[in-house]
Design a protein around this ligand. Sequence first.
Ligand code: GAR
Length: 190
Amino acid sequence: MNINIAILASGSGSNAERIIEYFSERKDIHFPLIITNKVDAYVRIRAEKLGIPSVFLSKTEICQTDALLQLLKDNNIDWLILAGFLLLIPPQIIQAFPNRIINIHPALLPKYGGKGMYGMRVHEAVIANHEAESGISIHYVNEHYDEGNIIIQAKCKIDKNDTAEDLAKKIHLLEYEYFPKTIEELIIKN
Ligand code: GAR
């Protein structure tokens, strides 16, 4: 059976690239497109290098029209993977893809989640609170930011002198290790 995955990303897209590389040998798993809400996001350069079309949809198009749903239908998408995608997913998309939308969050939810908590902001808050550990949460997406059921979490230690940038590097390593294989396990099971 062929599976079509759409990746949604707003920024650099390093996770998107790792995921696509991880599945590159699989003939049954396809990435027809990467969708972004930032016209100049670096993920679009990565997409071009990987030979995958990237499609820009504005926040208004995503949140107030059915452009995203139509695009997903036109490309026969089965799964949505949010890899650094910063907009709330509209309810009609969640209803159309029940338990088929997966997000990665760079902290141990429910801590350090919610609206406005993304990327470096998360790591800065974790460091400011002198946490001894942080980690990643891979979870299903529902109508609220970072509140869907958690699929897996993985942790890393924070050293006393770690900066937010140091923590970001540790978190990215965890993401590269866990995100692609977790997606693979979910696809196989479902
Ligand atoms: C990742 O660390 C991801 O967990 C985070 O954005 C980064 C994207 O990096 N996502 C969020 O903060 C979502 N709330 P990348 O563009 O290099 O993959």
